[in-house]
Ligand binder design. Structure first.
Ligand code: A2P
Length: 344
């Protein structure tokens, strides 16, 4: 198999560090690895496959003459906006983990289990966008159910981990917990979140929009239909909870008016879907939780039950590791499919 030279932009961040780990775990055919970050981190090292790799500063010319095949970007939307084109001009395909290019009609937005065929559009801009973390784990559960019954509407409430706000968010949760045990929580001033996150839940993620929703909620709404090539209604309420790195979602799915949902059949199609695991036996306390999914590459689903009042409504509970399934692993699965398509 050919080897591919890989750059990670944001290599010192929560997702960037995980990208290096998942490349190793999935035995990705890496030739050279180029870790990039800000000038603050340049000169430091990251370990990859037992070897030290020197972190370099991201600049407009850093990709030139380096023969990078795949550049993963995970350093924020403004960095992708400024630097992705330089990686593309130097001959790389960019797999972008930020929201910057996601709704661009020339950029495919891909969850490999759901719409791998869209990867072929990568040549338009040289970029493939990795969706929002909450969207990825939700569409992995919606896709087999949509194929089975046809979705009319989705209502989702999320329980999102601190990792969605990067290392800073995770560190803030840990520091607040430490302050709580020292009886000093009231002296702690939140920075990563608008309010204290320890022992609290915050019904506000990302920037408020004029329509009363937040940007995170609008990402779930808009991205879902782009990925699934659908036009069903979606409503989202995104909530930050004091969990380190796995997001949970309570999802209510309304199918067409003539559908009578069968929970067992729904369970079966979810069980047969790639990278989805059903854990659904509440009598024996079996259902997925953040501690189930953390550090795994799987999306878990449980509490699968038919609505008590409407035949065409199903309720499910989904959980996945935000840094892996919601970011690093999805990006690397995109790269694997991209390679398959190049080598076909
Ligand atoms: P650095 O550590 O040098 O600041 P997280 O999402 O966990 O907060 O991580 C953000 C990532 O984005 C880090 O790797 C960070 O590098 C990187 N980053 C932030 N600003 C820049 C920049 N101006 N140029 C390159 N990388 C950046």
């Amino acid at each position: 198999m050919s080897k591919y030279n890989v750059a990670i932009v944001g290599a010192t961040g929560a997702v960037g560090e995980e990208l290096a780990r998942v490349l190793e775990d999935l035995d990705f055919p890496v030739g050279e690895l180029l870790p990039l970050a800000s000038a603050r981190s340049a000169g430091g090292q990251i370990e990859f496959k037992g070897k030290q790799c020197r972190i370099e500063e991201l600049t407009e010319t850093v990709f030139d003459g380096r023969d990078i095949d795949i550049a993963f970007f995970s350093a924020g939307g403004s960095i992708s906006a400024k630097y992705a084109k330089h990686a593309v001009d130097a001959g790389a395909v960019v797999i972008d983990n930020t929201s910057h290019f996601r709704m661009d009609p020339n950029v495919p937005l891909v969850v490999p289990e759901v719409n791998p065929e869209d990867i072929a559009l990568w040549r338009e801009a040289g970029i493939i966008a990795n969706p929002n973390c909450s969207t990825i784990q939700m569409v992995q559960l919606l896709k087999p159910l949509h194929d089975l019954y046809g979705i009319k509407r989705v209502d989702v409430s999320t329980y999102q981990a601190a990792s969605g706000a990067g290392k800073e968010g995770m560190e803030e949760l840990v520091r607040e917990m430490e302050a709580f045990f020292k009886f000093k929580l009231d002296e702690y001033k939140p920075e990563a979140f608008a309010h204290q996150i320890a022992l609290n839940v915050i019904p506000h993620i990302d920037v408020p929009q004029p329509n009363g929703y937040t940007k995170e909620e609008m990402k779930m709404i808009d991205e879902t239909n782009k990925i699934m090539h659908s036009d069903f209604a979606v409503s989202a309420t995104c909530v930050r909870v004091p969990v380190l790195r796995s997001h949970s979602e309570s999802i209510t799915i309304t199918f067409g008016d003539d559908v009578t949902v069968d929970a067992d059949k729904s369970r079966e199609v979810l069980e047969n879907f790639e990278n989805v695991v059903v854990m659904d036996d509440i009598e024996n306390n079996i259902y997925p939780m953040p501690i189930t999914s953390t550090d795994t590459d799987l999306t878990y689903v449980g509490r699968i039950r038919k609505d008590l009042f409407s035949d065409n409504i199903l309720h499910i509970w989904g959980v996945a590791d935000q840094i892996r399934v919601g970011a690093a692993t999805n990006s690397i699965r995109i790269a694997q499919k991209w390679i398959e398509q190049q080598e076909a």
